[in-house]
Write a protein that binds this ligand. Structure first.
Ligand code: ADP
Length: 447
């Protein structure tokens, strides 16, 4: 087992990893930018190293500095969390070359899955259903129009390097193609430094359902059931739950088998997520694979009673998994509490938290790095906490979530709490009756 792990991340996920390490008797090193010197992850770690100024490029994305921090502190592994360098093949490779275990995917797996167009090709070869679309990257608008005519509008143009819902455009008719192409490519070039585009059939009113998988170094892969992440705003997840209210035993078996086949095809090692779109006929299509721990992993932990970070660390250390699949018991839900104003189009609202009361009680879990007096830096994402509830049924889980949300007090900055409270009162949400388009018609005046 590792002696000391450096966590190349910040915020709640850095703290989350530190907590598991402490339970496992592994020492931890936090890294922080000058904007985060007061952050809780810095205080909870055994050691902390300042890695630079606030901009991510000069701190959390700065590979040489991170490697130097690991070497100075004698860390034998690096946990990248999510975002930042968690799916960066170069970082994974440099860790390997420096004899530091990267607790994540190998450079080869990241390369094969990070590029979404080639990930689709890999999945097709493994027999996993994918959304019909272009065969790899599009070379021109003309080629795109030809593919669109074949698969029929509406279609969706997507950045091969995409993430966080960026670099994506829905196209309803041919005369919209050129404009969508130009704007999506500009956005993707700016956000990812890669303007490669591919095309897919736009699946109408789908659900976003993803399968959590885990593979070890000996070729075993298992699934740990699904998460429903259909409650999204601008393709960004806001609420996640497990199991999916749309799930049936048969669909879980089919999706689980497809996810395992996809992961096994690349010899996947570690925890990962295979994202699917599911249409109203319960046909499902591979969308992408995330080769890292995800923000919403706690809902899975709560329904299978299993620490996914611990599993990730054990697999990285060469310990075999049991190989059996995990089916849900009970129901869990996560609301992302972001410092954003839901009444003003979810505009980020950084600032100082003056008062904070965190909910508690039976079945309530809060993963957060903030405290009263905490200054939210404007440099990073706006999530300040994840509120997770777990109960025996979905109905009870929603009641508990409402109760916990109403106890949650954050003063000094605007948050998404009023939105989540309104959502928990929505009849369609309560009935499990929603798709990824749900929030497009949501009445935000009740927030
Ligand atoms: P990102 O990596 O940016 O999150 P994804 O490929 O995971 O991008 O897609 C994010 C969301 O965009 C999905 O959850 C879904 O709501 C929507 N989406 C993506 N592809 C399609 C498609 N072919 N049809 C309909 N919706 C889609």
């Amino acid at each position: 087992m590792f002696n000391k792990i450096l966590i190349a991340n910040r915020g709640e996920i850095a703290l989350r990893v530190i907590r598991t390490c402490r339970e496992m008797g592994i020492k931890t090193v936090a890294v922080y930018s000058t904007a985060d010197k007061e952050s809780l992850h810095v205080r909870f770690a055994d050691e902390a190293v300042c890695i630079g100024p606030p901009p991510s490029r000069q701190s959390y994305l700065n590979i040489p500095t991170l490697i130097a921090a690991a070497e100075i502190t004698n860390a034998d592994a690096i946990h990248p969390g999510y975002g930042f360098l968690s799916e960066n093949a170069e970082f994974s490779r440099i860790c390997q070359e420096n004899g530091i275990k990267f607790i994540g995917a190998s450079p080869d797996m990241i390369n094969r899955m990070g590029d979404k167009a080639s990930a689709k090709a890999t999945m097709i070869a493994a027999g996993v259903p994918v959304v019909p679309g272009s065969d790899g990257l599009l070379q021109s608008v003309e080629q795109g129009k030809k593919v669109a005519a074949k698969i029929k509008y509406p279609v969706i143009l997507k950045a091969t390097a995409g993430g966080g819902g960026r670099g994506m455009r829905i196209i309803n008719a041919e005369d919209e193609f050129q404009h969508a192409w130009d704007s999506a490519r500009t956005e993707a070039a700016a956000a990812f430094g890669n303007d490669g585009m591919y095309l897919e059939k736009y699946v109408e009113e789908p659900r976003h359902i993803e399968i959590q998988i885990c593979g070890d170094q000996y070729g075993h892969v298992c699934h740990l059931s699904e998460r429903d992440c259909s409650i999204q705003r601008r393709h960004q997840k806001l609420v996640e739950e497990a199991p999916s209210p749309f799930m049936t035993d048969d669909l879980r078996e089919r999706m689980g088998a497809a996810a395992i086949a996809g992961a096994a095809a690349i010899g996947y090692e570690g925890v990962g997520t295979i994202e699917f779109l599911v249409d109203k006929n319960r046909d499902f299509y591979f969308m992408e694979m995330n080769t890292r721990i995800q923000v919403e992993h706690p809902v899975t932990e709560e329904i299978i009673n299993y620490d996914l970070i611990k599993e990730q660390i054990k697999v990285a250390a060469g310990i075999p998994i049991s190989g059996r699949n995990y089916l849900p018991t009970g129901h869990a839900m996560e609301c992302r509490i972001n410092a954003e104003d839901p009444r003003a189009g979810f505009r980020p609202a950084p600032g100082r938290i003056t008062t904070l009361h965190i909910p508690g009680g039976h079945g309530v879990r809060v993963d957060t790095h903030v405290y009263a007096g905490y200054q939210i830096p404007p440099n990073y994402d706006s999530m300040i906490a994840k509120l997770i509830t777990v109960a025996q049924t979905r109905e009870e889980c929603i009641v508990k979530m409402k109760r916990a949300l109403s106890e949650f007090v954050v003063e000094g900055v605007k948050t998404t709490i009023p939105f989540h409270l309104a959502l928990m009162d929505s009849e369609d949400f309560k009935a499990g009756n929603f798709t990824t388009k749900f929030l497009e018609s949501f009445d935000f005046s009740v927030v």
